[in-house]
Design a protein around this ligand. Structure first.
Ligand SMILES: Nc1ncnc2c1ncn2[C@@H]1O[C@H](COP(=O)(O)OP(=O)(O)OP(=O)(O)O)[C@@H](O)[C@H]1O
Length: 348
């Protein structure tokens, strides 16, 4: 478990982190996102104590790391493994020797080092590459070796700073699956720093948006997507482009409740006695229940208030797209049911 409270970091007169409060429960994955320069890497360096915070506390499994003496700090650092974007492997050492480094540094006997290195390489699916040098490995393989090394001292917390940046989709998926396994099998608490929203959607239990050194929004991914139409919410679940449609009035729809029925669209269509076209949709599972954003097309003659009320009862927030931005809609165009109509199960 990581508990960060009132964390501030300044360099001279420049405040880079400004009162960060963030708690990540044991065996959870949190993602920190934010624009370049927001302070993400500085936050990671404060957590693994490469930087001393200016003020505030950082506790790992209840132990406040900011109050430790230099000697105790070395011990405490073992609780935190770090994986960087470039994996930072030593070129002249094999994969196995790279993973062995922290174990040798900690003074473990040779036989124990060999046993643990084999276990770690197996866990990250790299045992067959044990004797390869970094230059003989792909980017994704080097990342796995970096993760194995980060886990060598059995840390309670793993920090992954842009660990999948620059990897192809397949390697990214493999790394994300690995992180999820570490959380589920070993109970590791993981903090991922990333600018890739797919990564956040793919693995994070919790997301925090950092901007100018402050956390401006945080929550579970599903909550952030459901509860607001913020920039983070839209970045996490972007609306797909809306195809041109002359005869229907487009409405944007966002799933607000966790209990939206898979057949809400068909039911709403029946209640409104109209066909509803799906113009664009992105609906995904978030844990047990779906999150979604859609653009639907409705008969322009329908009463806006009634449409919004009916859809609200189905747990979705709906708004007509601003009329000013639309081309004139022919009044008697026989609006309903021209493309993809309600009656299908679910929206995507
Ligand atoms: N040692 C330092 N001395 C002075 N300023 C620093 C130092 N380290 C970082 N900064 C400043 O702190 C701010 C945050 O940097 P940081 O690297 O944490 O951002 P980031 O969110 O990780 O950005 P990116 O996504 O581009 O990596 C930047 O404005 C940077 O210039």
């Amino acid at each position: 478990m990581i508990e960060i409270s009132g964390l501030t970091k300044s360099y001279g007169a420049t405040t880079v982190l400004d009162g960060i409060d963030l708690t990540v429960a044991e065996a959870r994955i949190a993602a920190v996102v934010g624009p370049s320069g927001a302070g993400k890497s500085t936050l990671a360096r404060c957590i693994n104590l490469l930087e001393r915070p200016t003020s505030g506390t950082i506790a790992v499994n209840g132990q406040d790391l900011t109050r430790l003496s230099r000697r105790d700090l070395r011990e405490a650092r073992r609780q935190i493994g770090t994986v960087f974007q470039s994996a930072n492997l030593l070129r002249r050492l094999t994969a196995a020797q790279n993973v062995a480094l922290p174990l040798r540094h900690a003074g473990l006997p040779d036989a124990e080092v060999r046993r643990r290195v084999a276990d770690l390489l197996e866990r990250v699916g790299m045992l067959h590459r044990a004797n390869h040098f970094p230059s003989q490995l792909s980017g994704g393989q080097r990342q796995r070796i970096g993760i194995a090394r980060g886990l060598a001292l059995r840390p309670a917390v793993l920090l992954a700073d842009e660990a999948t940046s620059g990897l192809d989709p397949e390697s990214t998926r493999a790394i994300l699956d690995l992180l999820t396994e570490l959380r589920d099998d070993l109970g590791v608490t993981i903090l991922v720093i990333t600018h890739e929203m797919d990564v956040v959607r793919g693995i994070a239990d919790l997301v925090a948006q950092l901007d100018h050194g402050r956390i401006v929004e945080q929550g579970t991914v599903a909550d952030v997507v459901r509860r607001s139409d913020s920039a983070l919410s839209r970045a996490l679940l972007p609306m797909p482009p809306v195809p041109e449609e002359d005869r229907l009035w487009p409405w944007t729809v966002r799933y607000e409740d966790a209990a939206v029925s898979p057949v809400w669209l068909a039911q709403a269509g029946r209640e409104l006695d109209t066909d509803i076209a799906v113009l664009a949709a992105l609906v995904e599972a978030a844990g047990e229940s779906p999150v979604g954003r859609l653009t639907i097309g409705l008969d322009p003659r329908l009463d806006d208030r009634r449409v919004a009320d009916v859809l609200q009862r189905h747990g979705v927030v709906a708004e007509p797209v601003d009329r000013a931005v639309l081309r004139a809609v022919p009044a008697a165009a026989g609006a309903a049911g021209t493309s993809g109509t309600a009656g299908t199960e679910g929206a995507a």
